[in-house]
Design a protein around this ligand. Structure first.
Ligand SMILES: Cc1cc2nc3c(=O)[nH]c(=O)nc-3n(C[C@H](O)[C@H](O)[C@H](O)COP(=O)(O)OP(=O)(O)OC[C@H]3O[C@@H](n4cnc5c(N)ncnc54)[C@H](O)[C@@H]3O)c2cc1C
Length: 526
C-alpha cells in the first residue's frame, strides 16, 4: 500500500465520520500492538463517535475492499485486534462507555453497556448496586466489554458460573452490509440471516456426528472457533445470533452495545490453599475437588511462584517450594464446604508439603486473588535473556484428564529443554503455559512454531482446545481444523459465509493457514 493510498483513505474517511481518523505513522503505533507476540501496522485507525459512524465505516470498508478490525482494550494475547486494513478503535468515553437500562429481577440484574465499557467500570457499577459479573477477567483494568464478548472471556469463577456467553442477554451490532441489528428486535434482523441460520441450524441438528462432538465438547471450557454450541440450544433466533457473536473475535460483526446479566455479589466466601510436591499430584487433587462443586480451583506451579516472589510480597507461611492449589467456595454452607475440602485432601492420600491454610476473612481471600491475578503481569521477563512469551498460553482439556495432561506436557517441555511456567484455572481444565524462550538464541520463530506444534499435539490427543478463554487469533487459527475436525470446521466456515460473505471483518484470525510467526514482532527481547 502506498503512502498516497493511505492518505486518500484517511481523507475520505475523515469526511465521512464524525469521530477521528489516524493515519500518521507515529500516531498509529498504539494500534500496531496488543498483548500478543505480533506487530501489524494498519492503513488507518478510525475512532467512531457513535454507532452511526460505525455503520458508515463498514459500508466504506466494504466498498473500498479494505478489511476492518475492531479493537477494544488491546489486551488480547493472540493478535486478533491487529489488522492490515482499518482498525476501528473504540474511544474510552462518550457513547461507547455508557451504562444504562439497569433493572433488577429477583436474584439477577440486567444492564446495557456500550462495547467500549471498561470491564472494571462495569464491575464497579454492578458492585455499587450489590451485583457483579461472574465472568471476572484478570485483565479487568484494560479490557472492554466488546472485547470480552468477542473473545468469549471468562475468569477463575468459570468453574461455577461459565464464560461471558452465559450472561449475554442481547447484542446490538453492525452487520457486513452496514445494518444496525438488535438481536432483541426481530424486525432489525436481516431476512438473509434468518433464512440461512435456520437452514444451517436444521442441518446441524440433524447431523448426529456433529451433535455428538458438540455435546462431548460442551462439557469443558472452550473459546476456540465459533460458538456452535448455541445451535443446540432452544433459544430464539436473535439469541442465537448474539451467542454466535460470542467468541467470534470481530469476524462476524461489530458490537455496539450489549445487555448483560449480573448476579448478586456473593459475600459468604472462604479459600483453602494446598501445597503439593508435584503438579501431577495437584492435578489429581483437582479432579477430586471438582466433585465438591466449589467456585474456583486455581493452580500455580512452583516455578511460577518463584518468579512471582521476585516481584510481589507474598503472604506469610506460603510454601515457596511447592505447587499451589487455591480453592474458593462461596454461598450458604461455604464453611461446611471448607471442612469437606480438608477431609478430602487429608484423607484422600494426597501428599502435601505443608498444612492446608484457610482464609475466611474477605481481606485474606482478596489478598490471595490479587496475588493470582498479578501473575500474568509480572512473569514476562523472569531473567534478562528469558521471555515468557504468549504462544501456547491458553490450552484446555477435559478437567478429569488434567493430571495425565500435565504429565505429558511436562515431558514435551523436558524433551525440548525449555523451562515452562504453568498456572491457570485448573478446575476448568484451563492452563496458561508460558514457556521461557531464550531470546539470545537464533531462530526464535522456528522454536516458537516447534513448541506450538508439540504442545498442541498433546492437547489434541486429550480432545482439548487451543483456547479455553482468551479466544481465537492469528496465533491459534492454523490449528482450528485439527482441533475441531473437518466436519465442525466446515460448519464454522458456513457461519462466516452467512455473516460476512465478502470477508469485510477481521481476516486470518479464525481461519488461516499462515505460519503463526508471520507478523511476529522483531523486538520480542525488549
Ligand atoms: C494480563 C492479562 C490478563 C488476562 N486475563 C484474562 C482472563 O482472566 N480471562 C480472559 O478471558 N482473558 C484474559 N486475558 C485476555 C484478554 O484480556 C481477553 O481476551 C479480553 O476479553 C480482550 O478484551 P479487549 O477489550 O482487550 O479486546 P481486544 O484485545 O482489543 O480485542 C480482542 C478481540 O475482540 C474483538 N473486538 C473488540 N471489540 C470489539 C467490538 N466492539 N466488536 C467486535 N469485536 C470486537 C477484536 O477485533 C479482537 O478480535 C488477559 C490478558 C492479559 C494481558
Amino acid at each position: 500500500m502506498t503512502f498516497d493510498y493511505r492518505k486518500s483513505l484517511a481523507d475520505k474517511l475523515g469526511h465521512l465520520i464524525r469521530g477521528g481518523v489516524v493515519a500518521d505513522e507515529v500516531k498509529l503505533r498504539p494500534f500496531t500492538r496488543d498483548q500478543s507476540i505480533y506487530q501489524i501496522e494498519p492503513l488507518v485507525a478510525a475512532l467512531p463517535e457513535n454507532q452511526a459512524d460505525v455503520l458508515k465505516l463498514v459500508q466504506f470498508a466494504a466498498e473500498e475492499g479494505v478489511p476492518i478490525t475492531a479493537r477494544g482494550g488491546g489486551s488480547g494475547t493472540a493478535g486478533s485486534a491487529l489488522g492490515t486494513g482499518i482498525v476501528m478503535a473504540l474511544p474510552e468515553n462518550g457513547f461507547w462507555a455508557q451504562m444504562d437500562d439497569f433493572n433488577v429481577s429477583g436474584p439477577e440484574c440486567k444492564v446495557r453497556c456500550g462495547a467500549g465499557v471498561l470491564h472494571n467500570d462495569l464491575q464497579t457499577f454492578l458492585k455499587q448496586r450489590g451485583y457483579y459479573l461472574p465472568a471476572d477477567v484478570s485483565s479487568a483494568s484494560i479490557s472492554r466489554i466488546g472485547g470480552n464478548i468477542a473473545t468469549k472471556a471468562s475468569g477463575p469463577h468459570a468453574l461455577k458460573y461459565g464464560s461471558i456467553d452465559r450472561f449475554l442477554d442481547q447484542a446490538v451490532f453492525v452487520s457486513d452490509r452496514g445494518e444496525l441489528v438488535d438481536t432483541a428486535e426481530a424486525a432489525t434482523i436481516p431476512l438473509r440471516l434468518v433464512r440461512q441460520l435456520a437452514d444451517l441450524q436444521s442441518r446441524l441438528r440433524n447431523d448426529a456426528k456433529a451433535v455428538n462432538i458438540l455435546r462431548q465438547r460442551q462439557r469443558f471450557k472452550i473459546s476456540s472457533g465459533y460458538n456452535l454450541f448455541a445451535f443446540l440450544r432452544d433459544i430464539s433466533l436473535g439469541q442465537l445470533i448474539a451467542q454466535l457473536l460470542v467468541g467470534s473475535v470481530g469476524s462476524l460483526g461489530l458490537l455496539v452495545s450489549a445487555t448483560l446479566r449480573g448476579e448478586i455479589f456473593e459475600r459468604q466466601r472462604a479459600a483453602v490453599l494446598g501445597c503439593f510436591p508435584g503438579m501431577v499430584e495437584a492435578g489429581r487433587a483437582v479432579n477430586a475437588l471438582r466433585h465438591l462443586k466449589v467456585a474456583a480451583i486455581e493452580m500455580i506451579s512452583r516455578e511460577t511462584m518463584q518468579v512471582l516472589k521476585q516481584h510481589v510480597s507474598l503472604p506469610n507461611g506460603l510454601d515457596m517450594d511447592a505447587h499451589l492449589l487455591l480453592v474458593e467456595v462461596s454461598g450458604p454452607g461455604c464453611l461446611e464446604q471448607v471442612d469437606r475440602i480438608k477431609t478430602l485432601l487429608q484423607s484422600g492420600g494426597f501428599r502435601m508439603t505443608a498444612p492446608l491454610q484457610v482464609a475466611r476473612a474477605e481481606a485474606g481471600i482478596d489478598e490471595l486473588w490479587s496475588l493470582r491475578k498479578r501473575i500474568l503481569w509480572v512473569i514476562r521477563h523472569p531473567q534478562p535473556h528469558l521471555r515468557a512469551l504468549s504462544v501456547v498460553n491458553d490450552v484446555g482439556v477435559p478437567p478429569q484428564l488434567l493430571a495425565e495432561f500435565i504429565h505429558d506436557v511436562q515431558q514435551v517441555f523436558a524433551r525440548l529443554k525449555i523451562e515452562v511456567l504453568i498456572y491457570g484455572h485448573a478446575g476448568s481444565g484451563n492452563l496458561h503455559l508460558r514457556p521461557l524462550f531464550d531470546v539470545t538464541l537464533p531462530d526464535l520463530a522456528g522454536r516458537i512454531r516447534k513448541v506450538a506444534d508439540a504442545v498442541y499435539e498433546v492437547v489434541f490427543r486429550y480432545g482439548g482446545t487451543v483456547s479455553a478463554e482468551h479466544g481465537m487469533g492469528r496465533l491459534r487459527a492454523p490449528y482450528l481444523r485439527r482441533e475441531w475436525g473437518d466436519r465442525l470446521y466446515e460448519y464454522m466456515r458456513e457461519v462466516k459465509a452467512i455473516f460476512d460473505p465478502r470477508g469485510v471483518f477481521n481476516p486470518d484470525v479464525v481461519f488461516s493457514d499462515r505460519p503463526i510467526t508471520e507478523h511476529m514482532r522483531d523486538d520480542l527481547s525488549i
